[in-house]
Design a binder for this molecule. Structure first.
Ligand SMILES: [Zn+2]
Length: 650
């Protein structure tokens, strides 16, 4: 059943004017001059777009557009910079069958020789529109984000930017699209798009701005469930589930309770909402790349098929919906000026991603515990695993955290683990968890417990409640808002942590919250869940390496025993001390080094040549945990305490 039958109260929102800050920032961007040299397009008639997903199970989406145009040159753009992905990863190479016609005549088209996302046609005399068709060839494997695999024989997600063109030089707010969608037989769907009218397999939606269209994916599938969450809360929230099996969408009552609570906890945290309705779109399939993409009134959450049924998968995805939901406030409503671009061809600047993504990481993790998508114990284990991983990250000795944000567009697509620690990846997520935790503890201490980061969220992201709206900010705005909650040298606090190059992660927040990071031989439950779900076997804190169950070396940490022996990513361990490779044998040998050093001989294959690597180590198995500091107030438990006390029925 479609959304229209449940919620008829949706309204179309025309996004408001740009603030002076955003306009100035855009003017300073590469490509801005071209953007502003084009006459205003706001008087354009709506563009009709029809997408046929009836062949989604064959990994092909067909799109047809009718674009109002006048005779003469017409330049059309395929979305390049994708909101929420912070990089120019529009899947241009997966576009096929491109064809333009006007008045029934096929038009010659050519691609810009520099800008690969730009297409030129000449509109013939007498024509009032151009018809454009294209096929989007949905990848069958790989790990792109929204441009990755998005269709199976049972479930599919449509991100509209994959299937459309728009007139170059226009603001996405100023273009109107009237979307129409065809689904495979018997599939149901969920989306934040308004005014859905379904007839058979075809759904006609109401007119929306291009901004709203690109911001409103559709999740559809054969096994589909839509559940209204927290029915006492307005505006309405829905959990839309589509998976590869009936069992995959059969959400246990306790998990559903946590999502009901998530809706309430987020409302209590921010004190206002900036959407007219919200859809958590959750696809459950092993054939998509697990990820989440935030939108203003929905989120595209992708998780393995058994996520709602398997405890390890639940732990690994405990912060998925909380994180993407928090983005509606932090990322969509409030957005760094450099990411608040007017359309999808103006480049984005990622320097404030440690706020956009980093604060969202902190809020999402906090909400996971407050709502109960994981227990407080599980939260602490996840925090310990994250802090330890960052503390051992060798790339921090050359790359400041700030650079991980600034260079995000070059880092996101690195998904292999080879030299991961030395490279340093998008640490502005996880390390900002530590930094914002520290900021929270400082506010609590500076104000004698009267204020917290929750107050910052309420002032920065909160009242008044509005429909979807974008309010950009700068670094200075963040500092000013922090100072308004608790005066402190926040500029120095953030810059010290963002610009630092050297060993050790910023652990001040853990210690300031009454806990410390310690290592012992007992496994960390989060690391164990990761091992069970993704197959990464973690010897990071002992030998300084991660391996697969088959002996493939995923990564080594420079200057730690495995790397010192000469082992490197890409090698495959064949035997240990002369015995055939097995993870258990390695665990046994490492555990025996607790009190006395040993040299473990690993015979490894390196591209067809084998050699013995001697790893000398003492210290036994080591896994990170948080341990309470005696006599210090437990601020962490205070931070994780739910804000809502009553527990209504759902
Ligand atoms: Zn995010």
């Amino acid at each position: 059943m479609g959304r229209s039958s449940i919620d008829s109260g949706k309204k179309i929102h025309w996004f408001g004017a740009w603030t002076a800050i955003a306009a100035l920032t855009i003017l300073a961007m590469p490509g801005a001059s071209r953007y502003f040299s084009v006459a205003a397009q706001s008087s354009r008639a709506p563009i009709q777009i029809s997408v046929d997903m009836s062949e989604a199970p064959r990994h092909i989406f067909h799109a047809h557009m009718v674009i109002p145009a006048s005779p003469g040159p017409l330049t059309l753009f395929y979305p390049k910079w994708i909101p929420g992905e912070h990089m120019p990863d529009g899947p241009i190479s997966d576009v096929a069958g491109l064809k333009f016609t006007a008045n029934g005549q096929t038009l010659v088209w050519h691609r810009d020789s520099v800008e690969m996302f730009e297409f030129h046609v000449d509109v013939p005399a007498g024509a009032t529109s151009v018809e454009a068709s294209l096929d989007y060839l949905n990848p069958v494997d790989g790990n792109g984000f929204s441009a990755g695999p998005s269709a199976t024989s049972q479930v599919s997600i449509l991100e509209w930017n994959d299937v459309l063109l728009y007139p170059a030089g226009s603001k996405s707010d100023d273009l109107t699209y009237v979307p129409r969608l065809r689904l495979p037989d018997g599939w149901k769907f969920g989306t934040a798009l308004p005014d859905a009218k379904q007839q058979g397999n075809t759904i006609q939606f109401g007119a929306v701005s291009l901004t709203t269209l690109v911001d409103s994916p559709v999740l559809a599938g054969a096994f589909f469930r839509q559940i209204r969450l927290a029915t006492d809360v307005k505006p309405p929230h829905f959990l839309d589930l589509a998976g590869d099996s009936a069992a995959s969408v059969d959400i246990p009552a306790e998990e559903l309770d946590a999502y009901n609570k998530l809706v309430r906890e987020a409302g209590a945290l921010f004190g206002a909402r900036h959407y007219d309705h919200y859809d958590f779109l959750l696809s459950l399939t092993d054939h998509f790349f697990p990820n989440g993409l935030e939108h203003h009134q929905s989120s595209d959450n992708r998780a393995p098929e058994r996520t709602l049924l398997d405890n390890d998968l639940r732990e690994m995805n405990a912060d998925l919906l909380p994180h993407e939901f928090a983005h509606s406030w932090n990322g969509k409503y409030r957005r760094p000026a450099g990411l608040a671009t007017p359309n999808y061809d103006v480049p984005m600047k990622g320097d404030l991603l440690w706020v956009y993504e980093g604060l969202t990481q902190y809020i999402g993790e906090t909400l996971s515990a407050r709502a109960g998508t994981r227990s407080e114990d599980a939260y602490r284990e996840a925090l310990a695993a994250t802090a330890a991983y960052l503390d051992y990250q060798s790339g921090r000795n050359w790359r400041p955290l700030q650079d991980t944000a600034t260079a995000a567009q070059t880092l996101y697509l690195i998904t292999g683990k080879a030299w991961f620690s030395y490279r340093r990846n998008v640490d502005f997520y996880d390390e900002s968890w530590l930094i914002w935790l520290e900021a929270d503890t400082i506010i609590r201490k500076q104000t004698g417990g009267k204020k917290s980061l929750d107050d910052f969220c309420r002032s920065f992201h909160g009242a008044p409640s509005t429909g979807p709206k974008l309010v950009p900010y700068t670094f200075e705005d963040v500092v000013a808002a922090m100072n308004a909650i608790a005066p402190y040298n926040w500029t120095k606090f953030f810059r010290d942590r963002l610009d630092y190059v050297g060993p050790r992660a910023p652990l001040g927040g853990i210690e300031g919250s009454g806990w410390k990071l310690e290592y012992n031989e007992f496994t960390n439950t989060h690391i164990q869940a990761e091992e069970h779900t993704d197959g990464t076997i973690n010897f990071t804190y002992s030998l300084g390496m991660t391996v697969k169950a088959d002996g493939s070396v995923l990564d080594v940490i420079p200057a730690m025993p495995a790397a010192e022996s000469g082992l490197a990513p890409g090698m495959k361990v064949l035997s240990i001390n002369g015995k055939a490779w097995s993870v258990d044998v390695l665990h046994d040998l490492v555990s025996k080094t607790k009190d006395r050093p040993a040299t473990i001989e690993l015979l490894a294959d390196n591209d067809g040549y084998s050699k013995t690597y001697r790893v000398t180590y003492k210290g036994g198995e080591r896994f990170p945990h948080l341990v309470k500091i005696d006599g210090q107030p437990d601020l962490l438990s205070e931070i994780l305490r739910p804000l809502t006390t009553s527990t209504p029925k759902n």
